[in-house]
Ligand binder design. Structure first.
Ligand SMILES: [Zn+2]
Length: 379
């Protein structure tokens, strides 16, 4: 049992971090964890935090280890943004926090889960703290790749690169940690393309499996303009439903809590101005969160769809590689039967373009419609 038990398939990264725990000369005050979404960047950062705070260098069982892993340790702060960006005000708060000595442990650790979402001004604010580090404060920044983080921050941090773990490693984690049946774990790990969090959700949530199936079968259903427009709309509907399902309860609870704090009467028809303005700023925040969530769901749906064409290419070229959609071989086979390799590559390009456009703030429905029109099967 060690603190690294859930950091799967990352031997090289773990070796680097363990060395930094044991050897002061290998330690530094700013770390940049990169790796594809779902590879466990924040899991690795928390494990590192625990190892730094544990009297035994990361036993995995003591109080320091357990609270650091859960991010409830007094000297560990994990910042995860739910909006589209981390704003300068939030960065300034972090800089202030970083200047404080650790309260109980050897280090104060600040994990920024989405360092790629720092606005330029927020990054500038953080930079000062990285340039003039407070002794015993350790920054752990997480991002998909080094290119996603501004260069001045990058150059002041030590880089730890995480790889995509293997299907077997993810399945094994789901079975061991979450008690998921091994064959379900294997399906989910494969279908989620080794994204640990998504795999767990697929394994546990039948609706998520149904939604995923709806998306991958689109590849065989888009035969004309009408079907293309319909498919684009379907992806948006799936995404908004998922977003609404995950946020409505929480939004309402947040609003109720705010009203309570402000001493407002929730049954009153109109609220005094100071309450109205607080409520409206909360609603704005919730809307930004929903927008990001919907966009993330659309992106995942596009990755699912992409996997069908990639699988079809594998089938067509006769490469023996395992399919992502092993469970839906008929769908893959049908696509491989009607589209030649070049058309499959064209479809993958169309999906890649849509992802880029949505990432660059094009209205998702427009980008999806243009993509779906390119995915029409020959009659
Ligand atoms: Zn420990």
């Amino acid at each position: 049992m060690t603190v690294w038990r859930d950091v799967i398939g990352q031997e090289a990264a773990v070796a680097t971090l363990e060395n930094a725990v044991r050897n002061p000369a290998a330690m530094t005050h700013a770390w940049l964890f990169t790796g594809p979404p779902g590879s466990g960047r924040s899991v690795a950062a928390r494990a590192f935090a625990a190892a730094l705070l544990c009297p035994d260098g990361g036993c995995g069982t003591c109080r320091e280890c357990r609270t650091a892993l859960e991010a409830t340790h007094a000297d560990v702060d994990v910042v995860a943004t739910e909006g589209l960006s981390i704003k300068v005000e939030q960065a300034r708060d972090l800089v202030q926090l970083a200047a404080r000595r650790p309260s109980v442990g050897r280090y104060r650790v600040i994990v920024v889960e989405d360092a790629d979402r720092l606005t330029e001004r927020a990054a500038d604010a953080l930079l000062k703290a990285l340039e003039e580090p407070t002794p015993r404060t350790v920054w752990m920044l997480c991002a998909p790749s080094v290119e996603d983080v501004i260069i001045t921050i990058r150059s002041r941090s030590r880089h730890v690169r995480l790889r995509t773990p293997s299907v077997e490693a993810v399945a094994d984690l789901l079975t061991r940690r979450d008690g998921i049946d091994p064959s379900m774990a294997l399906y989910a790990a494969r279908a989620a393309q080794q994204h640990v969090g998504l795999a767990r959700r697929l394994a546990r949530d039948e609706h998520a499996r149904i939604r995923r199936h709806d998306v991958i079968t689109m590849a065989t259903r888009i035969t004309g303009v009408g079907e293309a427009i319909g498919a684009a709309q379907d992806i948006m509907t799936i995404a908004s439903e998922e977003s609404a399902a995950s946020s409505s309860e929480r939004d309402a609870a947040e609003k109720a809590r705010l009203m309570e704090v402000l001493g407002a009467d929730p049954s009153a028809r109109t609220q005094p101005p100071h309450i109205r303005s607080q409520v409206s700023s909360l609603e704005k925040e919730q809307k930004a969160r929903a927008t990001r969530f919907t966009r993330d769901v659309v992106d995942r749906a596009l990755l699912d769809l992409l996997s069908v064409y990639r699988d079809a290419l594998v089938v067509r070229t006769g490469a023996g590689t395992a399919l992502v959609n092993e469970d839906s071989r008929q769908v893959v086979q049908r696509v491989a039967d009607v589209l030649e390799a070049e058309a499959l590559l064209g479809a993958m390009d169309a999906i890649g373009t849509a992802r880029e456009r949505i990432g660059a703030n094009v209205a998702p429905l427009l980008a999806l419609e243009a993509m779906a029109l390119d995915l029409r099967l020959p009659r």
